[in-house]
Design a protein around this ligand. Sequence first.
Ligand code: SF4
Length: 262
Amino acid sequence: MSEQPSAAYSVRAVLQRLESLRRAGVTHLPKSPAGADPALAVSAPESSRLPHEPMPRKTAQKTSSPAAAFRVEALAELERRVAACTRCGELAASRTQTVFGAGNPSARLVFVGEAPGADEDRQGEPFVGRAGMLLTDIIEKGMKLRRSDVYICNILRCRPPGNRTPLPVEAANCREHLDAQLAIIQPEFICCLGAVAAQNLLGVSTPIGQLRGRFLDYQGIKVLCTYHPAYVLRNPAAKRHVWDDIQMLMAEMGLKVPKKSK
Ligand code: SF4
């Protein structure tokens, strides 16, 4: 049985609430029980973007402003809804738990991968296996950010059995959750990790080799696609291309890019 989106599941309501809180100068949001406030129940794409509060170049998790506090609360509410999602019957039946996403709710940069694997399914966190360790190295050793500065999620929030590629219907089912996360976080940049993430987010079938190495647009957000860390582990020669892509991203974000060694 598939779960139908609720009428209250509106990103617009979230964004309107965010704006009204900001105008009212609210500095603290009370905790509310799941489902208590329909305006915190979110999803569906939203192209209109509220002005982002200025964030430091290297963002620490920032929850003191009304916007940041609202994002924390809205993501927590969305996570509770996702945990109960059964739209993909096979995945809902076989998962240990949903893997919602993790990181800074006010991140400038969101990494989007494919789907949870066995480690992620067990721990409930995205990118915690071998590929996750490589992604952490890219963020911390390469970009000189903390993993907690960025936000990390996937196209799917449940593990496909045997780590098979997500079915188009599963990606479509979970798209509402992804778009809701992006609408709450409102990142300036998205880095798609691998073909499944890139093709699903952008709605194209172009090979990842042709999508990478340039900036694309998703609802006003700059998107950079690169190879999935798991692919890099299997094909070490791809590491050079990923580093080229990441340096391009760093330059666009205004981060210091190391000089090329000869
Ligand atoms: S993959 Fe997404 S849409 Fe499908 S059951 Fe899991 S949370 Fe729901």
